[in-house]
Every structure is written in structure tokens, then in C-alpha cells.
Design a protein around this ligand. Structure first.
Ligand code: ADP
Length: 496
């Protein structure tokens, strides 16, 4: 399905319907939440007419004040054997006049986590996608763009071509699918077709998959979205190759002309050491004393020995294989024995990594602290307190923490992959340019060499200062990045 871009239309405000399973601060497990919120906020700032839909999860309901929309209550939706009823409530996105639209369906979303292993996980997100379209219908709001994010909402382009194709409201609607992480594809058994409302539309699905008994949400989205984006230029290339394509590389290569890499922006309203309310002392690139105070306070809070001369390495991450932590056991104990450094890790995820970091903290109680769980305030504090920030990712679609680290004067030590490659420039001693340290091979030796280089430079106070200042001067704000999305939308929309 080749997409022809229409010539630029007039700069009319666009109607953009964003649909996402996570939106910060209402529900977040990773970068998707930050990006959805920022897209909405910045599109609206540029005077576009935006609606952002997400599920009303149990925790969101508990922690945020919501206003029901009286005319959008108890709307029936049939999903296979069952009929579900959903209602819409809204809540204001902090620091913005923007209101998020919540799809309330307690039967599906009133559960402990955002994601589940439950049998109806596919229905939870199919309903979200369809509810967004049905609310457009109920309110007679014709979106120029429907923007889906990751596998959860990747059926939207297909829904618009099938179940909702009869409605002229969507005649001019174009679709964008952003792949935030190709590692999660939403693969379900083919007998779920009925639940998805797609039983009569089998011919639109990827036949080979159907024959093998499965449906792949993300793959379907890649097939039908008018345009695909992913969250960095390097990742856009990588996912077309065998190493990172996770089985979708062939399809992505077929759609290469419609696949764009747009690096995520940073919300400097939230991540800014000059005014961050979540850190004990604020600071700027001109005066870093507050940063040192944050470091001391964090060491004291976590019970590890503070020493201004010992660099503190920070890690804030989901604990999954993607993040590359299996490189650590071979090298960290050696480094911790040899060098006077501190390590603070905040992460939640797989037990094997939690066990490892717990063990490490037990083995080096004065040098290593580990906190399991999701803790936004502590994440901010670690950024502010650390001298170096470690991201040895196996793959990294964009990565936000390295950009936060740059702004907080915490030097990123990262693998040269995906967005890490696009946003961290290697330190060059000869020119004094660069913002961090990068390594290529996914091996403990490569990481070890890079960590040693960083620890060596740490001892050169002048050079280190320069490196920190270079990083703090970087600007990855959404003000820059949002323009690329708007331009893409405008190219997709047919001329009036
Ligand atoms: P990913 O989306 O793959 O998890 P990103 O670097 O793009 O990685 O985004 C991670 C986001 O989630 C950042 O805002 C980071 O601060 C936050 N984060 C990750 N793990 C935790 C945690 N355990 N506690 C608090 N924040 C976390």
C-alpha cells in the first residue's frame, strides 16, 4: 500500500487524535508515557486541536481527579461474545490547559497493573482503540490524523479501513503509527479475531500469521498505517535489519519510504535541575554546588559512604534484557574492588536482575545501593546526584534518561545503539568536544574499557568540567522535535 504524500496544505490547525496505553503522570511504565503527554501538550501549544485517549486504570482513578463527560456515558461495544460498556471522563494534564480523555470500563481496566497477563489483554486495548474512534463519531469530530502508539493501539489503521470505513467522518483521516519499542508486538491467538471485531475482515490480516494461528497487532499496524515513525533516526535504520527487526524487518523494508525516525524530545519543564522540586537542592551549569549537595544527601539517605572524590554512577531503568544488565556481573565486582566509586540503581522488572543488584548491594554495602520499584522522585534525585549515568542497552529505541542525564550534568555512558547513538556524542580529548562515552560491542570487555576511560577522565577535573558543561548545554526540547511530527501530519493530510 504505497502512500503518496499530498503537497503541503495550508497551515490550518490539524485535528489530531492520539491514542496511547500510557500517559504521564496518569500511568507510566516507560518512555511511551512521557512522549504521549508531551506530544499532546506541544501540539496544543501550537494551536492544533488534539484529543488524547487512554484507559482509566485503577491507580489512575485512585490518584487523580476526574470529570465525567455526561453525554459520553455507558456506550455499548460488542467484542465477540460480550458487550462492554464504556464511559468517558477527563482530567487536566498538569502544567497545561489540555484535558486527557479517559476511557472508563471497570471490567477491563480496574486492575492492579497497567498491563496484565490476563486472557482479555487484547480486548483491553482493542476497546481503547475503538472507543477513541467511537467518541469521534459521537461528537462528530473528524480527525485529520489518528496517531497510534505501539502494539496496543496498532489496530487503529485497520479499524479505520474496515469497521469504520463506512463513516464519511473518517474519509480524510490519515494514520500514523509510532513504534516506541519493536520488542513488544502484541501477538495473540488467531481465535481472538472475533473479540477484536475483525472476524469478517480476515482478508486484511497477514495471511501467513493467520495460517500459523496468530495475529500480530504491531505487524498489522505496520501494514496499514499511512506513515510509520519510530523514536530515533538510528533505530529507524536498525529495525529494518536482521539484528533489531524482531522478525518485522522485511515488512519494514517494504515500507521504508514511509518510515521516519523522529528523536523524542525532553520535557524540560519537568526535567530541569534549575527548578526541579523533586531534588533537595537546585543548580545550574554555572554553579554546580547544588549538584554536589544532592549527591551527598542521596548517599546519606541510601546509607552509602559519601566522598566527593568518588564518582557516583546512577542507573534508573526497567530491569529487562533490553537494558543490557547482563554485561555487569563480569565487570562490576572487579571495578568496585579496584576503584573508589559509588553505584546507585533504581529499577523494577525481572526478578533475576533485582536479585543481582540486591546481591551486589549486599556485597558492597558502602559503595552500592539498590532500590527496587518505580519511584519518579527518586529517579529525579539520582539524575541530579550522579556524576555518570549508565545505559548499556542491548537496543534502545530512543532512551530518555541519557537526555535527562545530560541536562543534570550526569555524564552518560551508553552503548552506541538507537537513540543513544543519536543523542550522546563521544568525548574527544583533542578538541574538548563531546558529551559522553559510547561503546560498540555488546560485551563486558567493551563496557569495561569504556568505564575505565570515564573513571580516568574523572580524575582530570578540568576536562570533566568541560564534558559536563557540554552535556548541560544540549537542547533536546520538544519545541524542536514537535515540528517534525507536524510536518509529517501536514504531508499526509489530503488537500482540501
Ligand atoms: P523505556 O521506555 O525503554 O523504559 P526510556 O529511557 O525511554 O526507556 O524511558 C524511561 C522513563 O521511565 C524515564 O522517564 C525514566 O526516568 C523512567 N523510569 C524507568 N524506570 C523507572 C523507575 N524504576 N522508577 C522511576 N522512573 C523510572
Amino acid at each position: 500500500m504505497p502512500v503518496r504524500f499530498a503537497p503541503h496544505t495550508a497551515m490550518d490547525p490539524l485535528k489530531v487524535c492520539l491514542v496511547s496505553s500510557e500517559v504521564a503522570p496518569f500511568a507510566k511504565t516507560g518512555g511511551l508515557a512521557d512522549v504521549s503527554a508531551a506530544l499532546a501538550r506541544h501540539l496544543q501549544k501550537r494551536k492544533h486541536d488534539v484529543r488524547l485517549f487512554m484507559p482509566l486504570y485503577r491507580r489512575t482513578k485512585r490518584e487523580h481527579e476526574l470529570t465525567p463527560v455526561p453525554e459520553l456515558q455507558d456506550i455499548a461495544m460488542r467484542c465477540g461474545e460480550r458487550t462492554y460498556y464504556f464511559s468517558i471522563s477527563t482530567a487536566k494534564l498538569p502544567k497545561s490547559p489540555f484535558k486527557v480523555w479517559f476511557v472508563r470500563c471497570p471490567e477491563l481496566y480496574d486492575r492492579e497493573g497497567i498491563y496484565t497477563q490476563d486472557q482479555d489483554e487484547h480486548i483491553r486495548f482493542a476497546l481503547l482503540s475503538r472507543a477513541a474512534l467511537e467518541v469521534c463519531q459521537w461528537t462528530q469530530w473528524a480527525p485529520d490524523i489518528v496517531h497510534a502508539n505501539d502494539w496496543h493501539t496498532a489496530l487503529l489503521p485497520l479499524y479505520l479501513r474496515t469497521l469504520y470505513a463506512w463513516d464519511k467522518l473518517f474519509a480524510r483521516t490519515r494514520t500514523v503509527l509510532t513504534i516506541h519499542n519493536i520488542g513488544y508486538q502484541g501477538i495473540v491467538a488467531a481465535d481472538k479475531l472475533r473479540d477484536l471485531g475483525l472476524e469478517a475482515e480476515k482478508r486484511f490480516l497477514y495471511q501467513e500469521d493467520l495460517n500459523e494461528g496468530r495475529i500480530n497487532f504491531l505487524k498489522t499496524g505496520i501494514l496499514y498505517a499511512h506513515a510509520l515513525t519510530t523514536v530515533s533516526r538510528t533505530y529507524a535504520q536498525e529495525i529494518q535489519g536482521d539484528e533489531h527487526g524482531m522478525g518485522l524487518q522485511h515488512l519494514l523494508r517494504q515500507r521504508t519510504e514511509n518510515l521516519f525516525g523522529i528523536v523524542n524530545g525532553v520535557d524540560y519543564e519537568e526535567w530541569n535541575p534549575r527548578k526541579d522540586p523533586l531534588i533537595p537542592e537546585r543548580y545550574s551549569e554555572r554553579d554546580l554546588r547544588g549538584k554536589e549537595a544532592c549527591k551527598q544527601a542521596l548517599c546519606e539517605k541510601l546509607g552509602i559512604g559519601y566522598d566527593a572524590r568518588a564518582p557516583l554512577i546512577g542507573v534508573v531503568s526497567r530491569l529487562t534484557a533490553q537494558k543490557g544488565f547482563e554485561l555487569l556481573p563480569d565487570i562490576l565486582p572487579v571495578l568496585l574492588h579496584r576503584a573508589d566509586l559509588r553505584l546507585v540503581v533504581l529499577g523494577n522488572g525481572e526478578e533475576r536482575y533485582e536479585n543481582y543488584f540486591n546481591w551486589l548491594a549486599g556485597a558492597f554495602p558502602k559503595k552500592v545501593a539498590f532500590r527496587a520499584g518505580f519511584d519518579n522522585a527518586l529517579a529525579h534525585w539520582i539524575e541530579a546526584a550522579s556524576d555518570m549515568f549508565l545505559m548499556p542497552s542491548r537496543y534502545e529505541p530512543c532512551g530518555l534518561n541519557q537526555m535527562y542525564s545530560l541536562r543534570y550534568g550526569s555524564v552518560p555512558i551508553v552503548r552506541r545503539t538507537g537513540g543513544l547513538a543519536d543523542t550522546v556524542a563521544p568525548w574527544n580529548a583533542a578538541t574538548g568536544e563531546g558529551t559522553g562515552f559510547l561503546f560498540d560491542d555488546f560485551t563486558p570487555e567493551a563496557l569495561f574499557g569504556t568505564l575505565q576511560a570515564a573513571l580516568e577522565l574523572w580524575r582530570d577535573e578540568g576536562a570533566w568540567q568541560r564534558l559536563v558543561q557540554n552535556g548541560m548545554a544540549q537542547d533536546f526540547s520538544w519545541e524542536h522535535q514537535i515540528g517534525q511530527y507536524i510536518e509529517l501530519y501536514q504531508r499526509l493530510v489530503p488537500p482540501r
